[in-house]
Design a protein. Structure first.
Length: 90
């Protein structure tokens, strides 16, 4: 695949989840249950977010829509490692 084609390629969240399930054999349903168990007390009280172990679990309409890192905020990203940068560069 050329560098231009690779730059235009996008992997959807759905594809990532299926990769986790089907290739890495991650039990995604078990993860959903784990996350729900961490925040269900806050959900029962109608909270818009729940903090557990320094992380924020953001709730919208009774759904957990994202998890923010410890001490982090939306959009906070770590710098890619050298190996990750080499893969991205092709």
């Amino acid at each position: 695949m050329s560098r231009v084609a690779r730059a235009r390629a996008v992997v959807s969240d759905h594809a990532v989840v299926r990769y986790l399930e089907r290739v890495l054999r991650v039990d995604v349903d078990a993860l959903r249950c784990e996350v729900l168990g961490l925040v269900e007390g806050g959900l029962e009280r109608g909270a818009a977010s729940v903090r557990r172990d320094g992380r924020s679990y953001v709730v919208d309409g009774g759904r957990i829509v994202t998890v923010l890192p410890k001490g982090g905020r939306a959009g906070a990203r770590r710098r890619p490692t050298r190996a990750e940068r080499e893969v991205m560069a092709g």
